[in-house]
Ligand binder design. Sequence first.
Ligand code: NAD
Length: 296
Amino acid sequence: MAKIGFIGLGAMGLPMARNLLARGHHVCGHDASPRAIQAWVDAGGAVAPDLADLVAGADVVITMLPSGPIVLDVFERGIWPYARNGQVFIDCSTSGVPSARRLHVAAAERGHSMLDAPVTGGVAGAEAATLTFMVGGDAKVFESMKDVLSAMGAKLVYTGGPSTGQAVKVCNNMAAGIIKIAISEAFVLARKLGVEDQVLFDVASAGSAQAFALTRTCPVPGLVASSPSSRDYRNGFATSLMLKDMILAQEAAMSAGAPTVLGGAATHLYQLCAGAGLGDLDNGIVYQYLLGQQQG
Ligand code: NAD
């Protein structure tokens, strides 16, 4: 069993670290928030006095932090100075492609093994250990970490070389964000044309507009009981997180010179939703935002 240092015990990190504990790994946790630390201690987790201690005592260091800049800062100030040969560093945060590239370069310069391993599946997937991992980096390092990753996820996809895990993550989420808006626009138009929500749902879910964003996370309340829209857009995938991922995709598209016309438009719409104070609600709230708009 591995000795794991886990940094970032928030909505995702806490259940992921708990699942590592449940599989018999030795997990030492760290978080900037005393409340997050307390929740981890209540779950039976060990805490290191400081990052130096946590890194020194680990075979594997996992980060699950809010953003790329925070991840880079934590590595620069709290991890690299104490890292030693033979350790593996896995960033599971949605950090974006440029941050992942910088991390891999920094790791290679110091002779350390690094994987970028963002996840999809949300808090429910983190709790049930059914996350999907998209893992970029050296294939041998990926193979050696399968046991650790599979304690937290049901599906491990090796995506290729350094930063390709983050690349897949931003491409997937950009498409998901666009599709959610497409479904929302269709329902807003249908309603304005006098069509019942249920009628469009029955046709679209059996036809060419069938999508996860329709049948699983439908943005229209009351059509899919388990969708966040049917519980007042609570406990879903927050609009602010969707916006963060859309912006990461736009940054990646700019650096790669890829055309993302719909990605750009969708980013703007999520920005408007967040600006209207809807950032904490599930991203399906874009449907309600559009419903409240009047076309010129
Ligand atoms: P969160 O805000 O709940 O947790 C982040 C944790 O990091 C917090 O406990 C915070 O105190 C801690 N933290 C922040 N700065 C720190 C620092 N400098 N040092 C130590 N700890 C620090 O976020 P989350 O929902 O757990 O998301 C974590 C990552 O996973 C993000 O990159 C997010 O985009 C990604 N993600 C989230 C979801 C989701 O549904 N929530 C799904 C997939 C991926």
